[in-house]
Design a binder for this molecule. Sequence first.
Ligand code: GLV
Ligand code: GLV
Length: 324
Amino acid sequence: TVSRVYVTRQIPPEGLEILRKSGQVQFELWNSDDPVPREELLKKVKGVDGLLCVLTEKIDAELLDAAGPNLKVLSTMSVGFDHLSQPELKKRGIRVGYTPEVLTDAVAELTVALLLTTSRRLIEATHEAKTGGWGTWRTLWLCGYELANSTVGILGLGRIGIAIAERLKPFKVKKFIYTDVAPRPELAEIIQAEYVSMDELAKQSDFLAVCCALTPETQGICNHNLFSKMKNTAIFINTSRGGVVNQEDLYEALSTGQIAGAGLDVTTPEPLPTNHPLFTLKNCVILPHIASASYTTRNAMSALAANNLLAGLRGEPMPKELKL
Ligand code: GLV
Ligand code: GLV
């Protein structure tokens, strides 16, 4: 039997090809690069068996009620799942697919790029070069902080945190430390990372990379309490979710010199309004949520999202299923 599916975005071609060739689904697509308006989405999901979404769609009780009882499978083209109401999905017996692992390399690579951009002040530097600030060579002008002999802290050690550490190691990092809800010795061993408390993570890190999922437990955990314990030479990097950070506290930490700099690929909200105070700070580098944005990875994510959806609709285990 052919299942009815709604796809909330123009996803990369590999995923669409898989859906088309399967002969298993009849799908309708929001054929745009921009999000489907909520009202439209609520209409379109009515009666579908499966839904393929991206991280801009809030999947909550209202939406699931609008879809109705046919909906059995939700597939999100993202590793993050904070846009999904897990209790509501679970209550309705809806299975959920997501896209971990295929994006680990791309996210780790971008995180390293963002870290170096922030610590070596590359955005400021190109701006100075272009706009006449480059008067002469100066001894301490545009100096930043180096990775060699540094301590790198990872907040939330998972695949992505490991992949970041593996890439940073050749820069002669002295020590990796991490914190998480509990030690993860089998992962930590890969990079010889030491488990420390949140306090110690803040105190010891020269570079602190946030790599945890956004959950009720991690909401706002990067706040004044954390920043005030950090070194004022420390660089803070977030490529997970904006909600993990208290942005007012981060602004304070950056503008008062409590910490040296921050590189953010994620913010609250997204997009961050162009008049947001964080944009006024030279020591804050903000990217528009592009960590997984390589052609290879975005295609792999779309393919995995399609395969998760199809397997779920067949009642089979999904290649990557989220345990609710
Ligand atoms: C991107 O942020 C993702 O969750 O895949
Ligand atoms: C995400 O895929 C993680 O495990 O860090």
